[in-house]
Design a protein. Sequence first.
Lengths: 310, 100
Amino acid sequence: MTLDPVVLFFVLGLLAALAKSDLKLPPALYETLSVFLLIAIGLKGGVALSKLTGSAVLWQVVAVILLGAGLTLVAFAVLRWRLGRADAAATAAHYGSVSVVTFAVASAYLARQGVEAEPQLTVFLAVMEMPALVVGVLLARIGGDKQVNWGRLAHEVFLGKSMVLLMGGLLIGWLAGVDGIKSLSPLYIDLFKPVLSLFLLEMGLLTAGKLAGLRAQGLFVVAVALLMPLVFAALGLATAVAMGLSVGGAMLLATLCASSSYIAAPAAMRIAVPEANPAISLAASLGVTFPFNLLLGIPLYLWLAQQVYA
Amino acid sequence: MPFHTKKLLTIVTESVLEARLVKDIQRLGAHGYTVVDARGGGAHGVQGGAWTFDRNIRIDVVCDTEVAKAIALRCEQAYLPDYGLILYVSDVGVLRADKF
């Protein structure tokens, strides 16, 4: 198995930071790259969606929303074994939610293997971000006396940068269609992987920073962060089979389930469940689960999907 | 040149609080404020400033003692229990007292 070059950029960032190199990308670049990636993923999905007809997708969207909420409950039940209510709820929200970058790398991996996937997976990516955050906040607040400012949370979730760009990209791609998007494709389609490589370099640097804090969280958090993606990928595969997705679609849904959020969820939890310790969820999500999915999980989920469909 | 004595209230905290703090500061009677991105370390670990969630801000408010006290009280009650936040006050001299 050879690693995709974009993943090697992640390893480069990781090693550079661990070796205490002075390599550091300016924060403005990180912001710019993330804007680019979100628009590009949205556009690509939107164009593919414009070729689609029928209402089956609607039911699938409902199914993955329920799946996202269900995963959060499972994660909470597991984490509650050792963690306090607020910490377990906030971390569960990270795991029920999804990682856009993990999805992007999985899509690139599929393309490299020559496996097709359904276009609606991009829609799943967009809708799976939200239910986990709502369930996470509910879990933290049930039975407690603290009030939830739902307006502020809704604003954060629906009008947050990632949601606006992803949904906006989807809509623009859908409206423009295959021909309309041609003038944009040199930037958003052709340059996708080079930009992703730069982004992953930055992710490597950030992940290394979270590794340092991992020791403080103990073995339980690390074990959960390694096992949860495997269990969730299996649940995702089962759902994909039930929904009648193709091998590629099943692999991407498994990856979505296995991935954990480290952009939308931390921000939302910091606002809605401030008493939860962000160091726990970030060490698990960014320090363990993200690199695990990138280096081992993604090839493994494709292999698993191929076994299931064989 | 005569300087008028005012309080400089400085708050260093997590950037997720910016919108709420700015609203509080205006509501409690300050006439202006300055927000800058900040990096640093302390009880809540190192804030690298690379990401929204581990980014810090510093808010400077020049105001009267009463306003400074009101803002500090609001910070203590609403944010100190759950967020990384420090604040301090110092005496400063300003040229135009009516600006603050």
